[in-house]
Design a binder for this molecule. Structure first.
Ligand SMILES: *Cc1c(COP(=O)(O)O)cnc(C)c1O
Length: 355
């Protein structure tokens, strides 16, 4: 028997969202970020839907190979860079592009001399990856000697919603790169949605291609984006509980009154967040219902006071176009990126319109 839980991916929504990126950053080239199984949507599926992108961004070599299986001639950028001389050699053979963010990597490049394009990453304040602004001139010069070519410059923003902090990052980037003849890239989704001046030669959207917004209290739909993922399941049991009955592990939730309670086939073993608070919304047969008790590994309990006729087999939407993943993420104290990319392997992925 088929488990009723599945992810339904809408390729048309991804295509639409790429067009939104183009509209928000006219004239810019777009590196579509498809790391982490394309934020849970499946790399192959996303690469097919986003074939209009100018490049694909991935985390590691294994992901780059997956992109190339689907799109053999695509431009692929390793966003964490190569972590050994062997990886540089392999990336060179495959004609990948790679980020270089550390002196160790420059040294490997100097000994390996692979024929590839480098995106030199500058740390302008996130303090995760990148050369300090004061090191950029030297790193750039070493890079040009080791592997002459049309290399590029990039940085990553840490806190787009903090205007002062972000202004500092932009200023450090512009200062550190002044006079260097190269294409530049700064903007991820958050910047694309709220900071037009960060869209330079290249933009690097991830989350928004899948229809969600990274900004606090915001939703992708407010920016004309279409959610590409629906997490769908069914009720597998319905109970009439009485006042004082307990639900779930620890007998922690106590029924305040006579209540219809539904059990949904979905849990943290599927990627539904265990931290989802009581009252996190779900839709049962298209009508609003709310979580009670913390999700368990395979099941969650919802109260059905607004769906009195609900029965086992009724469809349940955990997130999707009618129930933004941003809302569920907020109810779970996390971010939509984590929910989308956290879908586990046992969940079947289907394409919208296919069976
Ligand atoms: C993941 C990533 C992105 C995409 O970020 P979103 O917030 O999902 O748009 C862009 N650039 C780099 C370097 C990344 O690692």
């Amino acid at each position: 028997m088929r488990r009723p839980l599945s992810v339904v991916v809408d390729a048309g929504a991804m295509r639409h969202n790429l067009a939104r990126v183009r509209a928000l950053a006219p004239g810019c080239r777009c590196m579509a970020v498809v790391k982490a199984e394309a934020y849970g949507h499946g790399i192959a599926r996303a690469v097919r839907a986003l074939d209009g992108a100018d490049a694909f961004g991935v985390c590691c070599l294994a992901e780059a190979l997956q992109v190339r299986e689907t799109a053999p001639h695509s431009t692929v950028v390793l966003l964490e860079g190569c972590l050994s001389a062997a990886e540089f050699a392999e990336a060179g053979r495959l004609g990948l592009e790679t980020v270089v963010h550390h002196a160790e990597q420059l040294a490997m490049l100097e000994s390996e001399r692979p024929a590839l394009r480098v995106w030199l990453k500058i740390d302008t304040g996130m303090h995760r990856l990148g050369f300090a602004p004061a090191e950029v001139a030297t790193a750039w010069a070493r890079l040009q000697v080791a592997v002459p070519g049309a290399h590029r410059l990039m940085t990553h923003l840490a806190a787009v919603e903090d205007a002062t902090f972000t202004a500092g990052q932009l200023e450090r980037f512009h200062q550190a790169t002044a006079g260097l003849h190269a294409e530049r890239s700064i903007a991820n989704s958050a910047a694309l949605l709220s900071l037009p001046e960060a869209a330079m030669d290249w933009v690097r959207p991830g989350l928004m291609l899948y229809g969600a917004s990274p900004l606090q209290g915001d939703q992708g739909q407010a920016h004309g984006l279409r959610p590409a993922m629906s997490l769908c399941s069914e009720l597998i049991a319905v109970h009439e509980l009485r006042r004082g009955d307990r639900v779930g592990y620890g007998a922690a939730w106590e029924c305040p009154a006579e209540l219809r309670v539904g059990i949904v086939a979905a849990g943290y073993g599927d990627g539904y967040p265990r931290s989802a608070a009581p009252d996190t919304p779900v839709l049962v047969a298209g009508r609003p219902a709310r979580l009670i008790a913390p999700p368990s590994m395979d099941m969650l309990a919802v109260q059905l006071d607004q769906v009195p006729e609900a029965r086992p087999g009724d469809p349940v939407l955990l997130w999707g176009p009618e129930l933004p993943v941003e809302t569920v993420a907020a109810g779970a104290g996390t971010i939509p990126h984590q929910l989308l990319s956290g879908i586990t392997r046992r969940v079947a992925i289907r394409e919208h319109g296919a069976d």
